[in-house]
Design a protein around this ligand. Structure first.
Ligand code: UT7
Length: 319
């Protein structure tokens, strides 16, 4: 009999400090009206000095473990999706492992930017299906505010910090039904942080984006991944109960919902409250909708994300 990965607990964590659109008006030439109209964002949480990505990951993970009724020691796989690791190495997954005092299990990071969480979930699902892990902690955690040039109004208004986590357990019943992961590295120039180990100029360490081009690619690619996911499973649009999309822009989210013929009350939206938290946005949104009772056991959920690379993907699951 097949093995599936079931989500048995979710958790989210947002840093306490909040920056509203009006707060940003005091820093750069922008307006609450422009930001809300073009993106749907009203506010974002941002880390303070001393707060770290692994700390956000720890708090979200502890909440997910508590919801799952598990002790950290019962986890045998940790996958962290992040673009903003605390250190170049060790991985944020290892830093998280130390914080949770888990020893010996496999732990690694996945770097697929805003598609990071669907990548991490897809990879962890493969471990569980293969029998290589029984209980996995899958986390999306980001401190995107540290990659922003706060003088660049085209990007500074878009992102926020936070972490979301799920605990997966091997089960004979679904579970994750399928995952679909893709990348096309020819689009590097449209969305990137150019700095790296070889770079020595500080200004290379800021996020750069050709927003309009990314927007168009994002809409068409996410519509394609919806078709691919439904076709692979012989499903109809009407079989989807909930869309939990990456939270980059409400206009992109609405376009994907239209593609699925889903009314917006079946779409989990947190972009207004959290802004774009990259790999953290999907697990944060999922946690919100599970905890407020919207997403119920047995319902079919489609998660999808698109990010720099380009990377994109979906995970279809029965909750
Ligand atoms: O998560 C990973 C993937 N990322 C995304 O999916 C983001 C995709 N892109 C977007 O969401 C949108 O492209 C943005 C929200 C970034 C921008 O919206 P847009 O409708 O594509 O606007 P635009 O870049 O074409 O700019 C329109 C105008 C420009 O002025 P002019 O040239 O028309 O006079 C910009 O200078 O808006 C101006 N503008 C701003 N005005 C006020 C750009 N940023 C701002 C700002 N405040 N913050």
């Amino acid at each position: 009999m097949s093995l599936y990965s079931r989500i048995i607990g979710t958790g989210g964590f947002l840093p306490e400090s909040v920056l509203t659109n009006r707060d940003i008006e005091d820093i750069i030439d922008t307006s609450d009206e422009w930001i809300r109209g073009r993106t749907g964002i009203r506010k974002r949480h941002v880390v303070r000095d001393g707060e770290s990505c692994s700390e956000l990951a720890e708090f979200a993970s502890r909440r997910a473990l508590e919801a799952a009724g598990l002790e950290p020691a019962e986890i045998d796989l940790i996958v962290v999706a992040t673009t903003t690791p605390d250190q170049i190495f060790p991985s944020t997954a290892c830093l998280l492992q130390r914080r949770l005092d888990i020893r010996g299990c496999c732990a690694f990071d996945v770097q697929a930017v805003c598609a990071g969480f669907v990548y991490a979930l897809g990879v962890a699902d493969q471990f569980i299906r293969a029998g290589s892990a029984r209980r996995a902690l899958v986390v999306g955690a980001e401190t995107m505010s540290r990659l922003l040039d706060w003088q660049d109004r085209a990007t500074a208004v878009l992102f926020g910090d936070g972490a979301g986590a799920v605990v997966l357990e091997a089960d004979r019943n679904p579970g994750i039904i399928s995952s679909h992961l893709h990348a096309d590295g020819s689009y590097v120039d449209l969305l990137q942080v150019p700095g790296g180990i070889g770079g020595d100029r500080n200004e290379d360490h800021y996020l750069e984006m050709k927003g309009n081009e990314v927007f168009k690619m994002s809409v068409t690619t996410l519509c394609r991944i919806v078709d691919e996911t439904l076709k692979a499973n012989g499903m109809q649009k009407s079989d989807i109960d909930w869309l939990v999309p990456h939270q980059a822009n409400i206009r992109i989210i609405r376009a994907t919902a239209r593609k699925l013929d889903l009314p917006m009350d079946r779409v989990v939206v947190t972009v207004d409250e959290h802004a774009n938290t990259s790999a953290a946005s999907i697990p944060l949104a999922f946690d919100v909708a599970v905890r407020d009772g919207r997403i119920r056991r047995g319902e079919t959920v489609l998660m999808e994300g698109f990010g720099a690379g380009f990377t994109w993907g979906s995970v279809l699951l029965e909750y």
